[in-house]
Write a protein that binds this ligand. Sequence first.
Ligand code: GDP
Length: 304
Amino acid sequence: SKFKNGLAKTRNSFTSKINDLVARYRTVDEDFFEELEEVLISADVGVSAVMEIIEELEMEVKRQNIKDTKQVKEVISEKLVELYYGNDNQQNIEELKQNPEGLTVYLIVGVNGVGKTTTIGKLAHQLQSEGKKVTLAAGDTFRAGAIEQLDEWGKRANVHVVKHTEGSDPAAVIYDGIQSAKSRKSDVLICDTAGRLQNKVNLMNELSKVKRVIEREIPGAPHEVLLVLDATTGQNAMSQAKTFSESTDVSGIVLTKLDGTAKGGIVLAIRNELEIPVKLVGLGEKVTDLETFDANAFVYGLFA
Ligand code: GDP
């Protein structure tokens, strides 16, 4: 139900448009598909993804000889779930990977303002609630106030934060974070990083330096490189995702502020376009507003 509440904006807009469409058209025809196409595009599902869906819908409608627009709703939701999973028939919810042999390390990347710090705080809280011991490393030494902000979240979630001063070497902070997490016998270390996109070469260098430190200290780590994206920025988020995935191996996406947009369709297009799963979604500003992404529950929530 939290999933449903968090998606109220997308649901209200999307569902009412679909229902309106279904009510106005008694039979499925060209015009129906054209309007449906507009509804999907306005929900930020992505133009190429929408084209694909419409084409498949048309085929499915022909194959099943569907005439009634109400019946089409069912097929639309099926296609939306398929859009997310692509050729993956398993349709598994993707939980965060863990290190079975010791310290699990998550590296969090993303540009300023997307909700990176908030997400780290929420994730720390979630892991703590599961009984895990968490340490945070304040690796964003670039943005003014980033260290203090992470420290605040650390206090709120009651987790230890390893920090240096502003402007110091992020790789050194992460190194200390690892040593501290080990000596404190933490289960999980969450590493913040600076999100400068202006200079792709710098970004790449900084991320790979941090990654090298982690890989050297803990074989098999980082267990996740999570890219935080703001759902309200639509295609901008998509282009950030492209830049970051070209700079480092992103293993999962955290899509924040899904509660603040009517264009939640982007969550479905991301995996399809980038082949990176959405692992977590942010559904509000509170510490508990972080959920594992479930495409079925998401799509079902839209039509419920
Ligand atoms: P950072 O610069 O990437 O670290 O971004 P912050 O964590 O400081 O977040 C920027 C703003 O977005 C803050 O006002 C957060 O409260 C807000 N925010 C973060 N995640 C969410 C979310 O899932 N939903 C909503 N509504 N706001 C969020």
